[in-house]
Design a protein around this ligand. Structure first.
Ligand SMILES: C[S@@+](CC[C@H](N)C(=O)[O-])C[C@H]1O[C@@H](n2cnc3c(N)ncnc32)[C@H](O)[C@@H]1O
Length: 309
């Protein structure tokens, strides 16, 4: 099936047409928008470098032929290949900040954004001096933290070199080279002996069942950013076992585990995780203090291996 938009003239025509097709083709919206209207507006306006909140009157502007064919190509890829809009545009928004993205990084969407905006209140005793964004992808979490805590030094760490290239572009984009650094490594491996006041992580945590059922849009994201073993906890087990060695005395660890919250609770019933609440939606983010990480480190080390069933 090909996408023909040749009779469409205005921005409004294109947005309306896209909404109809997005519905009829049953696209999935989970990468920055949650409905066809916002998705269509984001794609059409973004592709033409127009602001998302452009005045209504401009929607009736006619497009040039070249603009129409550019849009036609993007709409075709969104509908037929199910490519998320963020990859089509090469950009995404997180905490009201613009980030470069490509298919080597997850499209930013973590509910941790809300915690950053609240400056992690009431969980931090004082502004953190050193922050680690573990499993950083595009760098969105760490860079947004750098804005909220202008005195902090921030380390962005990931195992993927191509992801770190994107994170570095974002450090430059936000002119944060003086205090935001990227480090390559498997979890804490690239950070021997380093400690932080705040470690934030949105690691891969999707369990095998959820991964198998994910809509096609997610297949464009790196599998290593999503899937993580049978119960989704392959990385979380190691992260918990190592966290105490990388937190200062009064430090805090915040980790997103999404639907794998149930697996975390079942695996460590002895641990009193604080499950954070969100006003804007989202779930499955826990907080542990450095003291808790130390107290349970032996247990976390004991349970490093997935149970074989
Ligand atoms: C869910 S994505 C999160 C990206 C970003 N923090 C965000 O919220 O958009 C998980 C990231 O973890 C990285 N990753 C996977 N395995 C890793 C490992 N063993 N050590 C460090 N990073 C890892 C992936 O490359 C990916 O960028």
């Amino acid at each position: 099936m090909s996408v023909s938009t040749s009779r469409l003239r205005t921005l409004r025509d294109h947005i309306r047409w896209a909404v109809t097709r997005f519905h009829s083709e049953q696209l999935y919206f989970g990468h920055g928008t949650d409905n066809a209207w916002d998705e269509a507006r984001q794609l059409v306006l973004g592709a033409l470098f127009l602001p998302w909140d452009v005045e209504d009157a401009y929607l009736d502007c006619q497009l040039e032929d070249a603009e129409r064919s550019h849009l036609q190509g993007l709409l075709q890829r969104r509908i037929e290949e199910r490519v998320p809009v963020a990859y089509l545009l090469g950009q995404a928004w997180f905490c009201d900040l613009l980030f470069r993205v490509n298919e080597h990084v997850l499209v930013p969407r973590s509910p941790i954004a809300e915690l950053i905006r609240r400056r992690f209140g009431p969980w931090l005793d004082a502004d953190p001096g050193r922050i680690l964004d573990l499993c950083t992808g595009s760098g969105c979490i760490g860079i947004a933290c750098a804005y909220e805590f202008p005195e902090a030094e921030v380390v962005l760490s990931d195992i993927s070199f191509p992801a770190l290239e994107v994170a570095s572009q974002n450090i430059e984009l936000h002119e944060l080279e003086g205090r935001v650094y990227s480090v390559q490594g498997d979890l804490f491996d690239g950070l021997p002996g380093q400690r932080f006041d705040l470690v934030v992580a949105n690691p891969p945590y999707v369990d095998a069942e959820d991964f198998a059922g994910m809509p096609e849009e997610y297949r464009h994201e790196p599998a290593m950013a999503l899937a993580c073993g049978h119960d989704g906890l392959d990385l979380i087990r190691r992260l918990l076992a190592g966290a105490a060695d990388h937190l200062y005395e009064r430090g805090v660890l915040i980790v997103e585990v999404g639907n794998s919250q149930a697996h975390v609770m079942a695996l460590y019933p002895e641990v009193d995780f604080t499950w954070l609440e969100f006003r804007n939606g989202g779930h499955g983010v826990f907080l542990l203090t450095a003291r808790q990480c130390r107290e349970h480190q032996a247990l976390f080390r004991q349970r490093l291996q997935p149970e074989t069933s």
